[in-house]
Design a protein around this ligand. Structure first.
Ligand SMILES: [Zn+2]
Length: 435
């Protein structure tokens, strides 16, 4: 794709950028062993590198794994380096190629009908209640929109453009990174935190206006294999142990109140994500989630108890439990430096928006970065209903996100470098800076 020239980039605004990015196909692929997981992602990576170079950021580069980075040098001395991050891959589970973005101007509160026949209303999308008069971006309803997370990419690019346009805005060095493969949990597999060199970073990958997220699930992903015993069905009495029924028993033993479909906010869950098998053997993919380590351990113990019970009741049944992945709640890491959240909340307030602190009921690249030593909470983008054909974004919320980005780097410019170094201390003992 053609790289716009310097002046166009500076003046076109966040929405023009967004519309350009969403029309470049970039789904990731969970089954791929490559990094990036799809070759398609190179196109947007190279475009972003080209745009950053066109803006005059001389160290802009895309690395061997399609991670795009660049630095906007600071214009005040001794200010800490802050990172801004977003991912450019889109969720592979919903059609995401050939996105045809639409703008519905001046939302009236009525149902929005998409060309595909899909609709958005305040009933199905309660956040729309807060968007009367806004311009609403959607796809044509046959694909996702890609606001997750090209809204974040566009907002960070526009933040850079604002800072470049107005030298009166004081800021320290701003490091940006655009990453592939976030949707398949591999966005920061190849991310070099020491080279990135920021004291704190923010992902622009959240939802409705005001969201500031510094807490995510603790997660354990498991593969459970239940082995039974096959026999001729005509002569199976006393011989067959049907693994399919074992799996049924396991699933019905998960309390109905501890499932994703019945939990919210700070409640954790046990979830059966996939099941495959036959009489002899069944494999289940299971996800355990909780905001506390103790809660997660409890859920693991509960599952182990269910499996033990199965084996006791059904001689011949074998149960195997393997951990296939997981992640931890970043809160403990983010809290080590109270400026990280303190300045984010202040930036949101300074933009005239009431911050909404919510737990992320999932994991983020920011969580992984936080445990690698780069505290990285998540900020709103103005995109809503991600991973769906009725994904939408508010133009006005996206513009607020840019305002927050600009304000945030200005606030960090007022902070001195030295105070984050030195040994880590327990959380909770620092004053909240500038908040
Ligand atoms: Zn995202």
């Amino acid at each position: 794709m053609h790289v716009p020239d310097h002046d166009t980039l500076l003046t076109e605004g966040v929405i023009a950028k967004f519309l350009r990015y969403v029309q470049i196909d970039s789904p990731s692929d969970e089954d791929s062993t490559q990094a990036p997981s799809t070759t398609e992602q190179w196109e947007i990576a190279r475009l972003l590198e080209g745009e950053l170079l066109a803006l005059g950021l001389r160290d802009a580069r895309v690395d061997a794994h399609a991670i795009v980075t660049a630095t906007l040098p600071g214009n005040v001395p001794d200010a800490p380096t802050v990172g801004l991050l977003a991912h450019f891959d889109t969720f592979p589970g919903t059609p995401g190629r050939w996105v045809k973005p639409l703008i519905h101007q001046g939302y009236s509160g009525d149902t929005i009908a998409l060309p595909s026949g899909a609709t958005l209303s305040t009933v199905s999308h309660p956040e729309l209640v807060h968007c009367l008069g806004h311009d609403i971006l959607t796809s044509d309803g046959t694909t996702l929109l890609g606001a997750d997370d090209k809204a974040g990419v566009a907002e960070i690019m526009e933040t850079l453009c604002r800072l470049l346009r107005d030298p009166g805005l004081k800021h320290g060095p701003v490091r940006v990174a655009f990453t592939p493969d976030e949707e398949i949990g591999k966005g920061v597999d190849h991310f070099d935190v020491p080279t990135f060199g920021a004291v704190a970073a923010y992902t622009f990958d959240g939802g409705a206006q005001g969201e500031v997220e510094a807490e995510n699930f603790n997660a354990t992903n498991l593969r459970v294999t239940l082995t039974g015993r096959s026999a001729h069905t005509g002569y199976a009495k006393g011989a067959m142990v049907n693994a399919l029924h074992l799996a049924g028993e396991l699933m019905s033993a998960i309390p109905s109140t501890m499932r994703p479909e019945t939990t919210q906010d700070f409640e954790g869950f046990l979830h059966v994500d996939e099941i495959a098998g036959n009489v002899e053997s069944v494999t289940l993919k299971m996800l355990l989630r909780d905001f506390t380590e103790a809660g997660l351990a409890h859920k693991r113990a509960m599952l182990e108890g269910i499996l033990t019970g199965l084996q006791q009741r059904h001689p011949g049944c074998q149960a195997k439990l393997e951990v296939t992945g997981g992640y931890r709640n970043m809160k403990v890491e983010v809290d080590r430096d109270p400026r990280v959240m303190g300045l984010a909340l202040k930036a949101v307030r300074d933009a005239g928006v009431a911050p909404v602190q919510r737990p992320i009921r999932g994991g983020t690249d920011g969580a992984r970065l936080s445990f690698l030593g780069l505290p990285t909470p998540n900020l709103f983008t103005g995109g809503v209903n991600h991973h769906s054909r009725t994904e939408w974004a508010s133009v006005q919320w996206m513009e607020k996100a840019v305002e927050v980005g600009v304000r945030l780097v200005q606030l960090w410019a007022g902070e001195r470098l030295a105070t984050t170094t030195g040994p880590r201390k327990d959380t909770g003992s620092f004053p909240i800076a500038s908040a």
